[in-house]
Design a protein around this ligand. Structure first.
Ligand SMILES: C[S@@+](CC[C@H](N)C(=O)[O-])C[C@H]1O[C@@H](n2cnc3c(N)ncnc32)[C@H](O)[C@@H]1O
Length: 322
């Protein structure tokens, strides 16, 4: 059985029997004014963060959600879009689509603003999306792509890149891990499907995203997620797994490489009116400017004693250079 078949087996069961401990997030579930999330949707929350950000959703975007689960984030996206077929949900399993369809009917009973037809559910594979090129403004996936091995991860990212309109964005939440894992863990299809042992280092994750063409990447959040301990897993040392929220934007690739924002900030504290790097960045005295890692590295290389560059906070929320 391939790891993709093992994944399907796991989520087929999770579609019919909610598995509260599967994935699960460290941040509280987004509760929005006037929105009730049915209990069954909360029990079927198989994500590890949130992909729903109001700031991504201006100008009535067409939204694609890959890997529907119990449908909670599609309900949250619908809260903002509030129109027929505003959110397209794609899942490889008919059982998961059926479960979410029932959950949307329950959500409709509990929320007078919501109609089930706000969500357009489609059977399909993340590795071969049933959508036209350049047709989506905002795509999202939560705890799906980390399951994929490298070639499939590239394929899934390329598929989203293909269906996004120019400057469209892919919002993601996935586990990442900076430590190496044994081959036994990496090849344990069940643990991989449970979003535990497919996690790769954040820089590798970002490099894979930019390798398919995304010109801008934002790391918006990073949190503690899980540990794999020697008593319960095939590992000699304790392995620490984090979850990240990342947005990849289909901007043109800059000639000097992608702009990756990990939450670095530059602050000029010299005696001049401002500092101009003649590459488009002007630093006003003691005013923070969010900078991408590329700009941070260029400023650092100047070796000046009047520019401070912060470490990555991994909490970038927009603005700044590029
Ligand atoms: C870990 S769950 C996440 C569900 C949802 N995103 C959430 O946050 O609750 C993974 C979901 O992706 C679906 N899935 C797995 N492999 C897929 C694939 N190749 N294409 C599309 N969906 C897939 C599963 O059926 C399941 O609904």
């Amino acid at each position: 059985m391939s790891y993709l078949e093992a994944t399907n087996d796991l989520y087929r069961k999770a579609a019919t029997t909610p598995d509260v401990g599967l994935c699960c997030t460290t941040n509280p579930i987004w509760q929005l004014p006037g929105m009730k999330i049915p209990t069954i949707m909360q029990e079927m929350n198989y994500g590890c963060g949130s992909t729903v950000n109001p700031s991504d959703l201006s100008n009535e975007p067409t939204i694609l959600y890959v890997g529907v689960g119990g449908g909670m984030e599609l309900l949250q996206f619908s809260y903002f879009s509030r129109r027929k077929n505003g959110v397209i949900g794609v899942d490889v399993l008919p059982e998961m689509l059926e479960a979410s369809r029932k959950n949307f009917i329950e959500a409709e009973k509990q929320n007078d603003w919501f109609k089930s037809d706000f969500v357009d559910l489609r059977i399909g594979d993340a590795l071969n999306l049933p959508l036209e090129d350049n047709s989506i403004d905002v795509a999202a996936q939560n705890c799906v792509f980390n399951i994929f091995k490298l070639d499939d991860l590239k394929k899934a990212l390329s598929e989203v890149y293909r269906v996004l309109k120019p400057n469209g964005r892919l919002v993601m939440s996935d586990p990442t891990c900076e430590q190496s894992m044994s081959e036994a863990l990496r090849n344990d299809d069940r643990l991989r499907a449970m979003c535990l042992t497919g996690a790769i280092p954040l820089q590798d994750y970002i490099d894979t995203i930019t390798s398919v063409g995304f010109g801008t990447v934002e790391v918006r959040a990073k949190r503690a997620y899980r540990v794999l301990d020697p008593k319960h897993y095939e590992t000699k040392e304790l392995i620490y797994i984090e979850s990240v929220e990342v947005c990849a934007i289909k901007d043109p690739m800059p000639s000097d490489g992608p702009c990756v924002f990990t939450g670095k900030t530059a602050i000029y504290y010299g005696d001049e009116k401002y500092f101009d790097d003649h590459a488009g960045h002007i630093l006003m005295p003691n005013q923070p400017l969010a900078v991408c890692d590329k700009t941070a590295a260029t400023l650092q290389k100047l070796n000046r004693d009047d520019i401070f560059i912060s470490e990555s906070t991994f909490h970038y929320s927009g603005g700044g250079c590029c």
